[in-house]
Design a protein around this ligand. Sequence first.
Ligand code: FMN
Length: 365
Amino acid sequence: MQKKVSDIQTNGEFIKIARENLDQENWDYLVGGGESETTLLRNRQSIDSLAFRPRVMRNVVNIDTSTELLGSKLRIPVFLAPIGSLQRFTERGGITTSSAAHDFGIPAFISSVTKPDVREIREVTDGDLFFQLYVRDDSDWILRFVDLASELGCKGFCLTADTANYGRRERDKIKGFEPRRARTNTKSDGFVYQAALDWDVVDAIRKHSSIPLLVKGIVTAEDAILAVEHGVEVIYISNHGGRQLDHGRGSIDIIPEIISAVNGKAQVIVDGGFCRGTDIAKAIALGAHAVGIGKMYGLAASAGGGEAVIRMLEILEEEFRLALALLGVTSPKELCPEHLQTVQPVRLPSFSSAFPHFDIEKYNY
Ligand SMILES: Cc1cc2nc3c(=O)[nH]c(=O)nc-3n(C[C@H](O)[C@H](O)[C@H](O)COP(=O)(O)O)c2cc1C
């Protein structure tokens, strides 16, 4: 018998329940990555290659875990990253997860390819939303989405830049299952616009609207500098959870070069492999402003809908608060690179290696 969501005490339990609830196709879609899944594994390996240098003898009785992103208040420095097809994991898809994010106190990014769409989500929640677009048509089409995001009061407009072509997902290929996206890396339809995406599109958006602009999928100092020059407010470091280019670097390893390149001219957020409070603390210590959670909330939603997403965030908060206290700080802004040191990881990475108490063979991770 499955536990009540309120009785769950560790986020690893959500992974186990999600595995039981999802069929193989949806499981592979959620947890899989591109080609050899090296990028995906490296996200975890990089996080696990950092150890803490805590400070002691400090008064940490009163801890404030909150922060702010583009006017949005974050109860912990975390947001829900955009996930397409959320409807495959939980009833009412993005409505369920965005409402959960709002009830907990963090914003949600809404993917242009999730259902119900951002309009329907906005009808049922007045929580803070960021709209994320995959480009599928010309600039007039893009600007209509920019206007829509403004009309719906979204806190920012996010362009995903790392999907010029759809990654090769071998889990799908082996099963003989080919998502529509994977068949459209050719010029056959709107996907050619995604392949043609360049800084001119950013300029057109900047000229058209004052909505804060985020570019997701930046992984080099060179592109971060260009983003700042083109008026991007938030650099969103991401390798798409290891679902796109294989043999990429772990996301957390990229933070220092980008922080140094933007030199305070833009905020920096990051995602990729983050599932624990200590993971969040490491990214913030390196200078990230907030951390996106991807698979972890897809898994929680698959395990128990919105209630499980809230419980997952509560556990994350508990872990983050504990990390702050034991590092000797009382707020995220006190974290700094001196709290970290590079080390050898103690175990091999997997997407769920943050939760070693589960039988990975049994659950086919
Ligand atoms: C099932 C799934 C669907 C995703 N769909 C989108 C999407 O529609 N748009 C997007 O920009 N990123 C998408 N991503 C990438 C996430 O926004 C995020 O970058 C990634 O999941 C972070 O890594 P993590 O899953 O290890 O936390 C998706 C990720 C997953 C797992």
